[in-house]
Design a binder for this molecule. Structure first.
Ligand code: GLU
Length: 437
């Protein structure tokens, strides 16, 4: 078993093994279910239980008592044989898995821990995918997306480039939803792709009746076969299973902790909707890059040492000074309203710029555009050399600064690139109507 330390001792002293049905009582609350193994072998004081409802929960055993309800079998991963016939007429779509709920289909179904999730695993869970494409692929990582790092974005970009250069007609990336929009922005800057690169995930695992994994995967394979040759996110458009949206990778954000339609296009419309495998453009005026022949271009130099700070009433100067003194190469500050922060902080931002550290201003409002010309604070920020994030999402601006500093250290050039539309991240007009979509 992967349990270590206190949790392992606790189990061994009670003669409990993986697969047993146990009852854990803690502070008058009890949980009964099957004991699952941990996915990793970290020393933690939690046991993972599969409840009858199908939910897996972690229970803290610090003050708990444990009772064996019934002996059980250690769950086995039973993988049925999978026969894939090569069919020339179907396009090749590669599914690259990075982890997250969408890649935990087998874990949740069998209660067993399956460390890597390959294209074959996806096909076993969703064999219908084979009606639409020849699916191949591999697990690049098996991590929760909160553990993503800029270096991993580079590794993923290179793996996608290999798939495309080896003939993939489109690529689907299975990803945890928490930071999917950071990865989609990073891939948008790093890849100039002639075919679709589609990120997808799931808010609920596939053994739950309300799972979104099936529709998200089916729609994403359809998107990967479409003529939208950009990095996009394809996820549920509504709370039911009626259709999905294809969002531009630089203009999308996770907006709800649990809703299936958590991803929204911000300051723009989604590029298209996918209903029963058919793609329909949402706003005819929104241009997108079309599928074309030729190799994928990889622009994967980055400088990860960028700070991402939120401005708030009471922020201390030292919060900015810290990053300057620690040798950070860039700062994105998510300000208030049109792009403001307390005047007290402006000297520290000026000091950062004087130390050749670019500072980019975005807004906590999420919707709308930075305009530092309206109020006196904004004008002071402009004189301090702060760069406007225009209508970019804060997360996109952060990723873009990491990518831009990989191309140049020159402050003027950084400002020029930050204000150049590279991957649809900047729109000329951020119209009010998109607030309501
Ligand atoms: N927090 C995890 C992640 O983002 C699991 C949730 C999910 O996949 O949406 O990877």
């Amino acid at each position: 078993m992967n349990y270590r330390g206190a949790a392992r001792k606790f189990l061994e002293s009670s003669g409990i093994s993986i697969g047993d049905i146990i009852k854990i009582t803690t502070n008058d609350v009890f949980y009964e279910g099957m004991l699952l193994d941990r996915a990793d072998s970290k020393e933690e004081k939690n046991l993972v239980l599969k409840l009858d409802s199908g939910y897996n929960i972690g229970v803290d055993i610090t003050e708990a008592t444990i009772e064996l309800v019934g002996k059980g079998e250690k769950p086995k991963i039973e993988l049925p044989p999978l026969e894939i016939k090569e069919e020339d007429e179907k396009p090749n779509v590669s599914i690259l898995s990075t982890g997250g709920t969408v890649a935990s289909i087998i874990d949740y179904k069998t209660g067993a821990v399956h460390p890597a999730f390959t294209a074959e695993d996806f096909l076993r869970a969703t064999p219908e995918l084979l009606d639409y494409a020849m699916i191949k692929g591999e697990a690049i990582f098996n991590i929760l997306s909160e553990n993503m790092k800029p270096e991993y974005w580079v590794k993923l970009a290179r793996s996608i480039a290999d798939e495309v250069n080896n003939g993939a007609y489109g690529v689907v990336v299975a990803h945890g939803t928490d930071t999917m929009h950071y990865t989609s922005a990073a891939l948008s800057f790093m890849l100039d792709t002639p075919v679709p690169v589609v990120l997808t995930g799931a808010q609920r695992s596939s053994d739950r009746p309300s799972s979104d994994a099936f529709l998200n995967l089916m729609s994403s394979v359809a998107a990967a076969k479409s003529d939208i040759a950009e990095v996009v996110v394809c996820m549920h458009a509504t709370e039911n299973d009626s259709y999905s949206y294809i969002h531009r990778g630089t203009k999308v954000r996770k907006m709800h902790t649990s809703r299936r339609d958590t991803f929204r296009s911000i300051n723009t419309a989604p590029i298209a909707k996918v209903k029963e495998g058919k793609i329909k453009v949402v706003d005819k005026n929104l241009e997108y890059k079309e599928r074309r022949d030729g190799p994928i271009k990889l622009r994967d130099s980055i400088e990860p040492k960028v700070a991402f700070i939120k401005s708030y009433p009471g922020i201390f100067n030292e919060s900015i000074d810290y990053y300057v003194d620690k040798g950070y190469k860039g700062i994105v500050i998510e300000g208030t309203g049109l792009g403001h922060c307390p005047e007290d902080v402006i000297p520290s931002l000026e000091r950062a710029v004087d130390s050749k550290i670019p500072v980019v201003m975005t807004s906590q409002c999420i919707y709308g555009r930075i305009n530092m010309n309206v109020y006196s604070t904004g004008r002071k920020l402009i004189s301090a050399g702060v760069i406007s994030g225009l209508d970019m999402l804060s997360e996109t601006a952060y990723v873009k600064l990491i990518w831009t500093l990989g191309q140049t250290e020159d402050l003027g050039e950084v400002a020029r690139i930050m204000h150049t539309n590279i991957a649809g991240e900047i729109e000329d007009t951020s119209s009010l109507q998109h607030f309501l979509i």
